[in-house]
Structure formats: structure tokens, C-alpha cells
Design a binder for this molecule. Structure first.
Ligand code: DX5
Ligand code: ZN
Length: 221
């Protein structure tokens, strides 16, 4: 079954606790937290203090997506704050293998993310070390952007790589995922769908979860 990870980037920050509780009640599988530093991406968001507070109000796993330069400076802080998954960008880590090993040795799941211009083949020498690949289907930095269609080929290519290597790596897709394209993204090979604006700007979170799951099940048969 497909997993849904609402991204709080599009939540109402004045009511963040309620938003997260509502996402949990609606049946979300995890909470996606976008951490941005104004360097790796042209936007600033939140740090580990907020992650710690989020952890105290939800049972859901916290899926922390680091879009920051020299992310290794902050691994311990995010781990202590309660991250269940820590994902770093292929494009930002100078010593990606060391970073992944560090995170995993601390007992936290490790993910690697690739930007739209980074080919799936770039993951060849790291994919067997990670728990998940976060495939960006928009350029990171902002919510509410349009899904880049070429991502579907990349998801399928990644699925093939994972199958050929007989790995259990999960595929998470982030950016522009909506009720009307979720089934396609899932059918291409995504296990986890990040949904920011399409989730938190929807009228009824429960209904959104139901529609996404319904469409994905139909498509896959
Ligand atoms: C973008 C973030 C995404 C963002 C997705 O850099 O990584 O997680 O919140 O937002 P939507 O789903 O609105 O494209
Ligand atoms: Zn994200």
C-alpha cells in the first residue's frame, strides 16, 4: 500500500500542532519536515528545535528532509530531536557514504535525495547503503510547484535498479504530487508520496488520504 507523508511546509504554522494532529487523524503515515538553510536552496524554514516539539505531539514517524549545506554538522541535533528518517541530498554531501553510515550507526533510517537534474545512475554506489531514496520531482526550495513529468521515467529507472540489485530500498517522491497524479507516481514505482500543498491546502484531509489511496489501489489493480 502506498504511504502518504504530508509536508508541513504548506501547513498553517500558527496552528502547527493542530495541523499535525489532524494529519495523523486523517491517516497519514508520517510527517515530512523540510529543513532549508537559504544556501543549498533559496529558502529558509525550520530547525531541530521545532522537530523536537513536533515529536512530542505525534506518534507518527518524522521524515526529515535536509536541504542544507554541510548537513553533517546537524545530524546529532536532528537525531536527538527525534527524527525517524534523516535524508540528505546527493548534491550537498561531500562525503555522502560517511554521512549515511553515521546516520545509520545512530539507529536512524537514512535517505538520499536527488534533484531533478541528477540522474538515477548517480546512486549506483550508495543505494545499497540507504533505506530510502527521495526523488525530487520539483527543484527543492518551495511548496506548490508543478510536478516535472520526466520524474516518472526516473522513478521507473530507480525501481528497475532496486529490483536488479535485489534491494529493499524505498522510493519516496517529493514535489507536485496531487490527488490527480498520485496513481501515476505510485504506478511508476513510488512507495511514499510526499504531499505538501495538495494535502494541507485541501478542505478535508481525511478525504484527501482516501482519494489518494483509492486512486493508487485502482491503478495498481
Ligand atoms: C520542496 C519540499 C517539498 C514540498 C512539497 O523543496 O521538499 O517537500 O513541501 O510541496 P508540494 O507537495 O506542494 O509540491
Ligand atoms: Zn521535502
Amino acid at each position: 500500500m502506498v504511504s502518504i507523508a504530508p509536508s508541513i511546509l504548506s501547513a498553517d504554522f500558527m496552528n502547527l500542532g493542530k495541523e499535525i494532529r489532524d494529519a495523523e487523524k486523517a491517516g497519514a503515515d508520517m510527517i515530512h519536515v523540510d529543513v532549508m538553510d537559504g544556501h543549498f536552496v533559496p529558502n529558509l524554514t525550520i530547525g531541530h528545535f521545532i522537530v523536537k516539539q513536533i515529536k512530542s505531539i505525534t506518534e507518527l514517524p518524522l521524515d526529515v528532509h535536509l536541504m542544507i549545506e554541510k548537513a553533517d554538522r546537524f545530524f546529532d541535533d536532528f537525531i536527538k530531536a527525534g527524527a525517524s528518517v534523516l535524508t540528505v541530498h546527493f548534491e550537498s554531501e561531500r562525503h555522502l557514504h560517511r554521512s549515511i553510515r553515521y546516520i545509520k550507526d545512530k539507529g536512524v533510517k537514512a535517505g538520499v535525495s536527488i534533484n531533478p537534474a541528477t540522474p538515477v545512475n548517480a546512486l549506483y554506489s550508495i543505494i545499497h547503503e540507504v533505506d530510502l531514496v527521495l526523488l525530487m520531482s520539483v527543484n527543492p526550495g518551495f511548496g506548490g510547484q508543478t510536478f516535472i513529468t520526466h520524474s516518472l521515467e526516473k522513478i521507473a529507472g530507480l525501481r528497475t535498479m532496486i529490483a536488479e540489485r535485489e534491494l529493499n530500498t524505498l522510493i519516496e517522491v517529493d514535489g507536485g504530487v496531487k490527488v490527480n497524479n498520485a496513481a501515476k507516481v505510485h504506478a511508476a514505482g513510488a512507495d511514499i508520496l510526499v504531499m505538501g500543498s495538495a494535502f494541507f491546502k485541501s478542505e478535508d484531509y481525511k478525504e484527501t488520504v482516501k482519494e489518494v489511496r483509492g486512486s493508487c489501489e485502482q491503478k495498481v489493480g
